[in-house]
Design a protein around this ligand. Structure first.
Ligand code: CA
Length: 266
């Protein structure tokens, strides 16, 4: 895709202008979710420690080996069931690697496209509407225990992430265990981001994909110079304008300063 500079203006306008401060990232393998294995105080009825929003439709059950897992079930059409957890984000985190082991016994979707079983992920923003990075959606049963993993971009300016494991406006029953979330700093994110943008099925005939993320990017000589390709965030700025995110990795031989007339490849 070849873009003229004026096309970038629309990206600039849509993006929150928040600078990123620097603090050391935690080890990449740290699970940021509290009680993601559902083992804490698992025998306390109607309580899932670390998880809020439980309205009695979340329960703890046991595998054959005695370890605990979460069951979410809703039998009333047009109602919802689930529990959630809020995660504070650090400015240097670029992406979240979300993983869960799940067994979806039954799902009957509701009227709206989001009325299904899902691990929902919302990023409330100070400026603009809440951004969504929903990692996993089930509209039909998947009755074998399966580990699902996805890498989700953190929108610029997001200070927290709200996770929900839920049936929204739908009925069914599902089991979950080993819920983990790891933060990926910029260097790791640049290696893992391509082609893993969240894909959401809105109906049997309609899917939506968010193209925000890390893109390969090069000034105008990309075709004849393979090493010229770098990495940029979308949305983002070619320059450091307004402190907003932009170039993650420069290509070899890029000019120190952009020329007045400038074309680029994404
Ligand atoms: Ca467990």
């Amino acid at each position: 895709m070849k873009l003229h500079p004026f096309m970038i203006l629309s990206v600039l306008v849509l993006s929150p202008l928040l600078a990123r401060a620097g603090t050391p990232p935690p080890p990449a393998t740290t699970n940021l979710i509290r009680n993601g294995g559902f083992e804490l105080d698992a025998d306390e009825s109607a309580s899932v420690p670390g998880w809020g929003g439980n309205d009695g439709k979340c329960d703890i059950k046991r595998h054959a080996d005695g370890s605990a897992y979460l069951v979410v079930a809703n039998a009333v059409p047009n109602e919802s069931a689930g529990c959630g957890q809020n995660l504070e984000l650090r400015p240097e985190w670029k992406q979240l690697k979300v993983s869960v082991r799940a067994k979806i016994e039954a799902v009957t979707p509701g009227k709206e496209g989001w009325h299904d079983c899902r691990v929902a992920l919302a990023f409330p923003l100070d400026k603009g509407p809440t951004a969504y990075g929903t990692p996993f959606v089930w509209k039909t049963a998947a009755p074998e225990w399966t580990t699902y993993t996805k890498i989700v971009d953190i929108p610029a300016g997001a200070k927290s992430a709200n996770f929900s494991i839920a049936f929204f406006g739908s009925t069914g029953s599902a089991s979950f265990d080993d819920f983990t979330v790891e933060a990926l700093p910029a260097s790791t994110a640049a290696e893992l981001g391509w082609g893993q943008e969240p894909l959401e099925r809105e109906s049997p005939v309609r899917e939506a994909i968010c193209l925000n993320g890390l893109w390969r990017f090069a000034p105008d000589k990309a075709a004849e110079k393979p090493d010229y390709w770098g990495v940029i965030r979308v949305p983002g700025s070619w320059t450091s304008w307004g402190g907003m995110p932009g170039v993650e990795r420069r290509g070899q031989g890029w000019p120190a300063k952009w020329p007045e007339s400038f074309h680029a490849w994404y």
